[in-house]
Design a protein around this ligand. Structure first.
Ligand code: IMP
Ligand code: MG
Length: 171
């Protein structure tokens, strides 16, 4: 499988993102909300590169399995804590159609956080169906299916330390 983003490049992207977040959220009460499962590796590296305090929570979103309406999502595992006192930064692996994140952001906004923004490691702008703005993006990529560094294909490849492009011969 072809390496698309090396371990070293990923480390640099994460350092840059962490520096921006540390600067922008200094003095605030930062809550990072990690969207499972794909963002778990990114989140783990990001928090260790921050120079400011933060809290961490996890949410899970999934496509409705028995819905006839495509794009409908359900929030499977939700946050228990009140968000009013927090500046919330949602951390996700990749911004694709925007379906998952627009539902997740609407859901979190309804809980009245002090502020709400999105940090995505990767962004495929050409795939967008729903307008979603990420305040922080590690890297914009073309329309290819990528795996590794937490991202999966059929639950495989999440353990790769780099990002690879999945070709048809791998499926
Ligand atoms: P969206 O709702 O279409 O934006 O999809 C977002 C989710 O789909 C991401 O959080 C990923 O979990 C998954 N996804 C989208 N593109 C890729 C990819 O290239 N590789 C692995 N997972 C992807
Ligand atoms: Mg995801």
């Amino acid at each position: 499988m072809e390496i698309f983003i090396s371990q070293a490049e990923l480390a640099g992207m994460v350092q840059d993102l962490a520096a921006q977040v540390s600067r922008d959220y200094a003095g605030k009460r930062l809550l990072l909300v990690c969207v499972l499962k794909g963002a778990f590796v990114f989140l783990a590296d990001l928090v260790r590169a921050l120079t400011i305090p933060c809290e961490v929570e996890f949410v899970t979103a999934s496509s409705y399995r028995n819905s006839t309406e495509p794009g409908k999502l359900e929030v499977l595992q939700d946050l228990s804590l009140p968000l009013e006192d927090y500046d919330v930064l949602v951390v996700d692996d990749i911004l694709d159609s925007g379906n998952t994140l627009s539902v997740m952001l609407d859901h979190l906004q309804s809980r009245n956080p002090r502020s709400l923004a999105l940090c995505a490691l990767l962004d495929k702008p050409s795939r967008r169906l729903v307008p979603v703005q990420a305040k922080y993006v590690g890297k914009q990529i073309p329309d290819a299916f990528v795996v590794g560094y937490g991202l999966d294909y059929a639950q495989q490849y999440r353990h790769l330390p780099h990002i690879a492009v999945l070709n048809d011969e791998n499926n």
